[in-house]
Ligand binder design. Structure first.
Ligand code: NAP
Ligand code: HSE
Length: 430
């Protein structure tokens, strides 16, 4: 075994800078754990002139990918550039050159994970991506190692730091959506294009990774029902407060009778639900197993050093595998044919805000429709909004998604309804 393992870093932004800092600050600890040093050999960037958040020996920097990918001294490549096509090409090149790869790139793993895993296996290389979900929270390794003897049936949680930061600042400090988003970008939580965060796509990619690892099924991005927070109205957050509910962007993956459902959507949680008190950029994920029951993983879901910690945990795992000579041996193989649960077999409670004509019998005609469909109300709020109109907010008891969608369709035909303003899933006891 070499006295020093050399790393090639692809990217020196928020996460890459954190990796450099950890390698520098924790060199002694790494040496103690591994019996060898860890050295950053080369760093690929786009712009050599750019001011960096961390001081780096300029001779390490390059804009030529071959200086990293074809470098015979480099044993492990860390990909923290982001993006899909170039990152995929570089990682395939690295694996074919028998270099182990660690990546934080959920976009890439969600879209091309199976192809990259196969290439890693063929070349006897490790491909790890702990940082791709949950930032600094150890999550993927506990799922695939710690809970390996169990059968996981549900994964539910807050898995996007940016949106959780925005929702927390809007709810607790009355900040505008735009101000909170800008701050999340400044703090390095958001993706380079934050649309992926606020529209739920980043969380959907993470749910693909979690669902694959949990259910041993080839879940794809198209299987995930996705909605984000960009159109969320402050009124709903305020109504939620009156109903003792907190709005969070929740990733949900469920398996029942080998049928799965995976979604990412703004969801109202009862304020005493443990996820309701997960604030700012923090993430938390519940994993329910048949034997273990409920486990919860909590910690910083984004940011330079937390994410770099997860990246470095993969580097350490890779080097330990090198010491044991077992690289490329540990992969989760697809086992079950994918079956998506239809709307008739997906159940939940729902919040609904309606703008109605403020006239006698208006509420009765709405409740008649829901009675007819067998949907009962758990909570009801009625507020006059202006002359002749009122807002009605209801929270239903548990019903199937199909039944609720049917009710939404039929509501449009009721003459008392002016508009269906919003509807959200509700979790926990409302
Ligand atoms: P970032 O701050 O935008 O940094 C990206 C870095 O990659 C920059 O240094 C950039 O070079 C370099 N780069 C990008 N495209 C390149 C190309 N084609 N050729 C050469 N260099 C290129 O991004 P980040 O926040 O560190 O995120 C990196 C990855 O980690 C992404 O996949 C992201 O989803 C993931 N991630 C981020 C976080 C987080 O909290 N930020 C958490 C978990 C996972 P220049 O600096 O020269 O422009
Ligand atoms: N943009 C992501 C987030 C980074 O806000 O959660 C961590 O994956």
């Amino acid at each position: 075994m070499k006295k020093e393992i050399s790393i090639g870093l692809l990217g020196l932004g928020v996460v890459g800078s954190g990796v450099i800092k950890i390698v520098e600050d924790h060199q002694e600890d790494l040496q103690h754990q591994l019996g060898c040093g860890v050295k950053v050999e080369k760093v690929l960037v786009r712009d050599m002139e750019k001011a960096r958040k961390i001081a780096v020996d300029e001779t390490l920097l390059t804009t030529n990918s071959a200086d990293v990918l074809d470098n015979p001294n480099i044993d492990v490549i860390i990909e923290v550039m982001g993006g899909v096509d170039t990152a995929r090409e570089y990682i395939l090149t690295a694996l074919k050159a028998k270099k182990h790869v660690v990546t934080a790139n959920k976009d890439l793993i969600a879209l091309h994970g199976p192809e990259l895993e196969e290439t890693a296996r063929e070349n006897g290389c490790d491909l790890f991506y702990e940082a791709s979900v949950g930032g600094g929270i150890p999550l993927l390794r506990p799922l695939s190692d710690g809970l390996v003897s169990d059968r996981i049936n549900q994964v539910m949680g807050i898995i996007n730091g940016t949106t959780n930061y925005i929702l927390t600042k809007m709810d607790k400090e009355g900040q505008s959506y735009e101000d909170a988003l800008q701050k999340a970008q400044e703090l390095g939580f958001a993706e380079s294009d934050p649309t992926a965060d606020v529209e739920g796509l980043d969380a959907a990619r993470k749910m693909v990774i979690l669902a694959r690892l949990s259910f041993f099924t080839d879940v794809e991005l198209d299987d995930v029902e996705v909605s984000g927070i960009s159109t969320l109205a402050l009124e709903d957050i305020e109504y939620g407060n009156k109903l003792n509910l907190t709005m969070k962007l929740i990733g949900f993956a469920n398996r029942h009778d080998n049928k799965i459902e995976v979604s990412v959507q703004p969801t109202f949680l009862s304020k005493d639900h443990p996820l309701a008190s997960v604030n700012d950029e923090f993430n938390a994920v519940y994993v329910s197993g048949e034997q273990v029951g409920e486990t919860m993983f909590y910690g910083p879901g984004a940011g330079s050093l937390p994410t770099a910690t997860a990246v470095m945990s993969d580097v350490v795992a890779t080097i330990k595998n090198m010491l044991l000579g077992v690289n490329g041996k540990k992969f989760v193989k697809t086992r079950f044919e994918k079956q998506l649960a239809p709307a008739e077999e997906r159940f939940g409670q729902f919040y609904l805000r309606l703008r109605v004509k403020d006239e006698t019998g208006a509420f009765a005609s709405i409740s008649d429709l829901f009675n007819k469909l067998g949907i009962s109300f758990e909570r009801i709020l009625q507020t006059p909004v202006d002359k002749g109109a009122a807002e009605i907010v209801v929270v239903t008891h548990k019903t199937s998604l199909a039944n609720f969608q049917n009710a939404m369709e039929q509501l449009k035909d009721l003459h008392v309804i002016e508009t269906v303003e919003s509807s959200y899933r509700v979790e926990g006891d409302a």
